[in-house]
Design a protein around this ligand. Structure first.
Ligand SMILES: [Zn+2]
Ligand SMILES: [Zn+2]
Length: 242
């Protein structure tokens, strides 16, 4: 057990092997992914993006059909990358094996985005899904939340506190649910914590690993706005782009 812990510490400070193929090269040493896999992880740059959810579009409309067709409670979604198979695999590794080096690659470029967010004067950030504090810090249950690196960088650059105003009302998880179920389910996923009722900070940054249907993010934003928040920005590693 102690040996394993030691290995994990070693991995943390000296990522050696590529998080995808296990090869070792200069790049895997630096950012947890080898040169060949970095190349495979590239996604094409779309011509246009939705002003709200940032999903790629083929036409120069300001807002995508999806955001246009429903009540969107969040202000803007920023994702570091469009998801492709390889990036999806990488994110799954991060979630299931807690391979910390993988998060180094997934969060590349985040500092530039965070510096751009400085002008917004954000008040606080939230990790979604909002694990209770002891789940984030209790290593037996979960060594770290997949989005924890997003928070580390956010804290360093924006110097805003992590708050936990949403409590889960359901033990069911979003993963594995059908597309329509996710929307339906989202309406019962959270409650406002009594301490934050009607006094949520004005500008919030939500951190999540992947933006998929936006159902969770939208529901979280709706509850926050109902309780005093004026705008909700969202930052994720990946965005599902179709
Ligand atoms: Zn590789
Ligand atoms: Zn959109």
């Amino acid at each position: 057990m102690r040996y394993l812990f030691f290995l994990r510490i070693l991995d943390f400070f000296f990522p050696l092997l590529c998080g995808i193929c296990g090869r070792e090269d200069f790049f895997s040493l630096k950012i947890g992914l080898c040169k060949r896999c970095i190349y495979a992880a590239r996604t094409a740059k779309p011509s246009y993006r939705c002003n709200v959810c940032s999903s790629p579009m083929t036409t120069p409309f300001a807002v995508c059909e999806f955001c246009d067709s429903r009540n969107v409670f969040f202000t803007k979604v920023i994702s570091l990358r469009d998801r492709n198979d390889l990036l999806g695999e990488l994110l799954n590794k991060l979630k299931s094996n807690h391979e910390y080096p993988v998060s180094i690659f997934l969060s590349l470029g985040i500092r530039k985005f965070l510096r751009e967010l400085k002008i917004l004067d954000l008040d606080a950030c939230i990790l979604l899904p909002s694990y209770s504090k002891n789940r984030i810090f209790n290593s037996d249950l979960r060594p770290f939340s997949p989005s924890s690196r997003l928070y580390e960088e956010t804290k360093r650059i924006l110097r805003i506190p992590l708050i936990d105003p949403l409590t889960k009302t359901s033990r069911e998880r979003q993963a594995g649910k059908s597309f329509s179920d996710r929307f339906f389910h989202a309406y019962s996923a959270w409650d406002i914590h009594p301490n934050w009722k009607d006094r949520c900070p004005s500008k919030i940054l939500l951190l999540d690993d992947v933006f998929t249907t936006g159902a969770s993010v939208n529901e979280a934003s709706r509850i926050l706005k109902k309780n005093g928040t004026k705008s909700v920005y969202v930052l994720t590693y990946l965005r599902v782009s179709d």
